[in-house]
Design a protein around this ligand. Structure first.
Ligand SMILES: Cc1ncc(COP(=O)(O)O)c(C=O)c1O
Length: 368
C-alpha cells in the first residue's frame, strides 16, 4: 500500500483553518467553568436552527441518539414498524431497535441511492408508525410524495440528515421537511464537532420540551423527573467549537459543490462508470461523492497504489449484517448491488482542485 497523498478527508486542514477561533472558543469554555449544557449549548441550538430555517433545535450526545430520541418523542414504541432504507449507515436501524420497534427495509429507487414513495408504499401495514427518510450522501430524498404518503396513513416522518447539513430541496433546507430531523455532528460530517455530538430540528414547542426532558433524565428542572429519560446531552465545549464551525459551513459546502462539479464534468461518459445523479430541485451538500462500477475493488486498489484514499459506503446492506440478518430478503437486491459496486472518491472543503484533478486523471487512466 502506498503512502496516502490525497486523503479521503483532511480533518487536520479543517482544524488548522479555524485554529484561532477554535482556541478562543475552547478558552471561553474553560474560563466559564460550565461543561455540560448551559449558554454555549443554547446559543448553538439557536444558531443552528436559524441556519436551517427551523423554529427549534435541541443538542444531544450523538446522531444515533438524535434519531432514536426523535422516534421516542413522536410516540414510536416497542412493536411498532418503522420503514427505513436498506441502504444506509447501520445507526438508522439501531435507533429503531433502541426503542424495541421493528425496522422494515425499503429499497432504493431504481438508479438512485435514496428510497422513494414508490419503494416505501408497499411496505405500509396497520402496524407502521413511522418512516425515516435518510438524505444519503447529502442528496435530499424526493420528499414530497413521501410526506403525502405519511400524511395519508398518519405516519410520523423523520429525516435522518446526518449527511446533509445545509442540503436544500426546492428552496427548503433539509431538517424542515418532516416532523423532526436528526443530525449527526460526528467529526467527519459536513458540520463536525471535535468529538461526538448530535442535534435535532423540530417545529413544535411541545416537541422541543419533550426532547429537552428525554435528553436529561426526563427532567426539565433539577430532580423533578416527569418521564423516563436518558442522558444524551451536548457538551458545552463541543457546542462552542460547533458555533465556530457553523460559521464556516456555507463556504465549506460551497467548496464541496465545486469539487463535485469537477468530478461530474470530467468523469462523464466513461464506459462502466456511473456518476451520482441529482434530482431536479435538489441542491446537495456532497457529504460523499459516490460512484458505481462493477470493477470497484480493482479501481480502489489502483487509486490506493497512487496514494488516493477511497471508501465504501457501505460494504453491506444493513440487513446483511449479523444483528439484522433476520430482516433481509434471501434474494440479491438493489441494495446488495450498491454495496458491491459503490465507491466514494475523496471530497471535502480542503481538497484542492489540483488534487481533484489528480483523482480524475487516475480514474481515466484506470478505465483506459
Ligand atoms: C446516515 C447516518 N445516520 C446516523 C448516523 C449516526 O451518527 P453518530 O455517529 O453521530 O451517532 C450517521 C453517522 O455516523 C449516519 O451517516
Amino acid at each position: 500500500m502506498s503512502e496516502v497523498r490525497i486523503p479521503f478527508l483532511d480533518l487536520h486542514a479543517a482544524t488548522a483553518e479555524l485554529r484561532q477561533q477554535l482556541d478562543q472558543a475552547w478558552a471561553r469554555v474553560l474560563d466559564a467553568g460550565w461543561y455540560v449544557g448551559g449558554g454555549e449549548v443554547a446559543a448553538f441550538e439557536q444558531e443552528f436552527a436559524a441556519s436551517i430555517g427551523a423554529p427549534f433545535a435541541v443538542g444531544v450526545g450523538n446522531g444515533l441518539d438524535a434519531i432514536s430520541l426523535a422516534l421516542q418523542a413522536l410516540g414510536v414504541a416497542a412493536g411498532d414498524e418503522v420503514i427505513v432504507p436498506a441502504h444506509t449507515f447501520i445507526a438508522t436501524w439501531l435507533a429503531v431497535r433502541m426503542l424495541g420497534a421493528i425496522p422494515v427495509a425499503a429499497e432504493p429507487e431504481a438508479g438512485r441511492f435514496n428510497v422513494s414513495a414508490r419503494t416505501i408504499e408497499p411496505l405500509i401495514t396497520p402496524r407502521t408508525r413511522a418512516v425515516i427518510a435518510v438524505h444519503l450522501y447529502g442528496e435530499p430524498v424526493e420528499i414530497e410524495p413521501v410526506a403525502e404518503l405519511c400524511s395519508m396513513h398518519k405516519l410520523v416522518l423523520i429525516e435522518d440528515a446526518a449527511q446533509a447539513h445545509g442540503s436544500v430541496r426546492h428552496r427548503r433546507t433539509v431538517g424542515t421537511l418532516g416532523d423532526a430531523a436528526a443530525f449527526s455532528l460526528y467529526p467527519t460530517k459536513n458540520l463536525g464537532a471535535l468529538g461526538d455530538a448530535g442535534v435535532l430540528t423540530i417545529a413544535s414547542e411541545s416537541l422541543r420540551e419533550q426532547l429537552l426532558r428525554l435528553r436529561n433524565y426526563g427532567s426539565l428542572h433539577k430532580y423533578q423527573h416527569d418521564i423516563e429519560g436518558r442522558n444524551s446531552r451536548l457538551d458545552s465545549l463541543q457546542a462552542a467549537l460547533l458555533r465556530v464551525k457553523l460559521q464556516a459551513l456555507p463556504q465549506w459546502n460551497e467548496r464541496r459543490r465545486r469539487i463535485a462539479a469537477l468530478y461530474s464534468e470530467q468523469l462523464r461518459g466513461i464506459d462502466g462508470l456511473s456518476l451520482p445523479q441529482t434530482l431536479p430541485g435538489n441542491e446537495p451538500v456532497w457529504h460523499l461523492y459516490a460512484i458505481m462500477t462493477q470493477r470497484r475493488e480493482a479501481l480502489a486498489r489502483f487509486l490506493a497504489a497512487r496514494g488516493i484514499e477511497t471508501m465504501r459506503h457501505y460494504p453491506q446492506a444493513v440487513y446483511r449484517t449479523p444483528p439484522f440478518a433476520a430482516f433481509g430478503p434471501p434474494r440479491i437486491t438493489d441494495s446488495d448491488r450498491i454495496a458491491a459496486e459503490q465507491l466514494s472518491l475523496p471530497i471535502g472543503p480542503h481538497l484542492s482542485a489540483a488534487q481533484a484533478g489528480e483523482v480524475i486523471g487516475a480514474v481515466h487512466e484506470f478505465f483506459r
